[in-house]
Design a binder for this molecule. Structure first.
Ligand SMILES: [Ca+2]
Ligand SMILES: [Ca+2]
Length: 193
């Protein structure tokens, strides 16, 4: 215990991550080292995860967004993030591939994890995203996007669904890809034009 060897990443996980992400063995080893340092237990709890978001958004209420992101990363539903879930998540959210990002966005919006997105789930995530937009930026948002409700309505309108219908993953991804304006509504970054 306590020596460098015992904290090395298992070969299995390493091979699996090399296969499933674009990261090199070197990158993965380095992240693993950092992960171990920041998180000696090897698992990130929802509370620790929330603190990471607080560091990035010190002036915003990150609670609900962090909870939703945590849920979308916790693929085995055990209430913690292990290194593999953490790296896969990092891969999905940092990759240049829009399609992978949208797959992740789908899981973010699918609050109850039943494989479909409803309008109320869209409204819930829009609420959480809106809390990450700094107050001064909120004021300069377009009139049809300057409340969480309006954003949810606008986003939902891109999918050509009735309010009581639901969206499958393919429909969600297609709807976002076909509407240039839709992608910024599922992100918290304020698009300056
Ligand atoms: Ca987990
Ligand atoms: Ca759902």
């Amino acid at each position: 215990m306590g020596n460098a060897k015992s904290s090395a990443m298992s070969k299995e996980i390493l091979e699996d991550l090399k296969l499933n992400t674009k990261f090199s063995e070197n990158e993965l080893s380095q992240w693993y080292e950092n992960f171990q340092k920041q998180c000696p237990s090897g698992r990130i709890t929802p509370e620790e995860f929330k603190k990471i978001y607080e560091r990035f958004f010190p002036e915003c209420d990150t609670t609900s967004y962090a909870q939703h992101v945590f849920r979308s990363f916790d693929t085995n539903d055990d209430g913690t993030l292990d290194f593999k879930e953490y790296i896969i998540a990092l891969h999905m959210t940092s990759t240049g591939k829009t399609e992978r990002k949208l797959e992740w966005a789908f899981s973010l919006f699918d609050v109850d994890k039943n494989g479909y997105i409803t309008k109320s789930e869209v409204a819930e995530i829009c609420q959480a995203i809106f809390k990450l937009i700094p107050k001064e930026d909120q004021e300069s948002l377009p009139a049809d996007e300057n409340t969480p409700e309006k954003r949810a309505d606008k986003l939902w309108s891109y999918f050509n669904k009735k309010d009581n219908e639901r969206l499958a993953e393919g429909e969600f991804i297609q709807g976002i890809l076909e509407n240039e304006d839709a992608i910024h509504l599922i992100q918290f970054e304020h698009q300056k034009k």
